[in-house]
Write a protein that binds this ligand. Structure first.
Ligand code: NAP
Length: 454
């Protein structure tokens, strides 16, 4: 059994990695557990020094690390560099703020003294996706490590080079040698890892299908899970929106990471009064994205990460067109090497079509016409997903009233949804549960211990 990295831009093989055996895997978990025993006893300032060193190495190695990302999953190089910078930010943010987030909380009771104390859980298994191969891991790991946990990483099979580079970063930053280790294993080896006694909890960022499998195993093994799953974020454009601005922001959000983001805008629900105006401005913006070699500085749309993912996306587009969606832009697979797919806009999209009901993981936008605001809200919530959403209106109070009715974990008003170390991030419904980042994220993998003194 081996894991393969292929170039999404050319289809050529980059490297093959032999998968770890059962005994390799359990030896690594033992070593990570031993590292954890030292790490959990370190004072927070010592943990913070280590995270700051990781941040500093991320910044100094930014160009090399960005090239590994781009080679393996096809993200344009400048986006890969921004991803590395954001990882450095999240390390610094939790190094600076963990002490405040984890301070003991006194509670007034009949006791002489009672308080809440936060302790780490142990070794956490992180199962991660390829779309932001550094950021997804760091946004879990920076708070979890600062809280005193250790981590074993099972990364997506197509980004083993990234997974090994992350492990090396921690090792070279002087953290206890085995604090964060990579397991080069396939997804069918994950179940055994979850059952390992030294694994105390599991986090998965990935598809809803993988979330169900992992949560079921973790449930049987009685291990806590945090699940960051798929999304089909609705962006609502109200009658009083600044249409030019809304169209520009919506197009940028749809195309971020070549459309391969859980929080990319996917469904654009526009009220009848401004539908035509929005449609033409939006198509213009989508047309402008330059597709090409992701190693070129001016490329905005790279190839999709894998050929099977491009095929699946195209199938969603074709099936939706057969059901009545109209192609305003793109919609055809280009000839030639690489998993390229053009910026695509489908109009007259309705519930029942794949591009409405399912997550589209690529640069495909679904335009949906709503009679009025009430129908726009209803259409937005008509989804199995509940990750992010956005509302465009010049009247903030009105947009806030709409925001309160949207069944999502994040609502942006006149902007796009983003992940930010300072803000909790996560979803409801089939988008998962639990939160990453901010003061809530750091408390996902802790024992909230009550101390009661008579
Ligand atoms: P994926 O196929 O679910 O894979 C994610 C990770 O789970 C990979 O490491 C994969 O390993 C592993 N995996 C898949 N099936 C598994 C199973 N049955 N048991 C154990 N492990 C399993 O997702 P992806 O294609 O990499 O990523 C795209 C998905 O992630 C999208 O749905 C996207 O919305 C979601 N995502 C969500 C967030 C969020 O914060 N909510 C952020 C980013 C991405 P292999 O590669 O070896 O199969």
């Amino acid at each position: 059994m081996s894991l393969r990295s292929l170039s999404p831009a050319t289809g050529k093989k980059l490297r093959t990695y032999p998968a770890f055996s059962v005994s390799d895997t359990s030896a690594i978990i033992d070593a990570t557990h031993t590292a954890w025993l030292d790490w959990r006893d370190l004072e927070l300032p010592a943990r913070a020094r280590c995270l700051r060193e990781v941040a500093s190495r991320l910044n100094s190695l930014k160009h090399e690390l960005a090239e590994i990302i781009t080679a393996e999953m096809g993200k344009p190089l400048k986006a890969s560099r921004s991803e590395i910078e954001k990882c450095a930010w999240v390390c610094e943010y939790f190094a600076d703020n963990a002490q405040f987030f984890l301070h003991e909380e006194p509670v007034k009771t009949e006791a002489a003294q009672s308080y809440i104390h936060f302790e780490p859980l142990g070794v956490i298994l992180a199962v991660m996706p390829w779309n932001f191969p550094f950021w997804q891991l760091f946004r879990f790991a920076a708070p979890a490590l600062m809280a005193g946990n250790a981590c074993v990483l099972k990364h997506a099979s197509n980004v083993s080079g990234c997974a090994l580079a992350i492990e090396q970063l921690f090792r070279e930053a002087g953290s206890p040698g085995n604090l964060l280790r990579t397991l080069l294993i396939s997804s069918d080896q994950v179940e055994d890892v979850i059952w390992n006694d030294k694994i105390r909890a599991v986090t998965l960022t990935g598809s809803t299908a993988a979330g169900r499998e992992i949560a079921a195993t973790a449930g049987r093994a009685l291990k806590k899970t945090v699940l960051e799953l798929g999304g089909s974020d609705p962006y609502l454009v109200l009658a009083d929106a600044d249409i030019e601005y809304a169209a520009r922001t919506c197009a940028s959000s749809r195309l971020i990471n070549t459309g391969q983001s859980c929080i990319a805008a996917k469904r654009f629900i526009v009220v009848e009064a401004v539908y035509e105006k929005f449609e033409s401005a939006f198509v213009e913006k989508m047309k402008q994205a330059k597709m090409g070699d992701p190693m070129q500085e001016d490329t905005e749309l790279g190839p999709l990460a894998r050929e099977d993912l491009r095929d699946a996306l195209h199938k969603q587009v074709r099936a939706s067109v057969e059901q009545g969606a109209q192609v305003l832009l793109g919609g055809a697979k280009p000839e030639g090497a690489g998993n390229f797919y053009p910026a695509t806009v489908l109009a007259e999209v309705a519930p029942g079509m794949p591009v409405f009901d399912e997550e589209t993981f690529g640069p495909v936008a679904a335009l949906i016409r709503a009679r009025d605001e009430a129908e726009a809200i209803q259409l937005a919530n008509k989804s199995i997903y509940g990750l992010g959403s956005a509302v465009f209106s010049k009247d903030t109070a009105r947009a806030e009233a709409v925001a309160r009715q949207l069944e999502t974990g994040f609502v942006a008003i006149n902007d796009f949804v983003r992940s930010d170390p300072r803000l909790p991030f996560g979803g409801v419904k089939d988008s998962g549960y639990g939160r990453e980042l901010g003061p809530y994220g750091i408390k996902e993998f802790v024992n909230i211990k009550t101390v009661y003194i008579k």
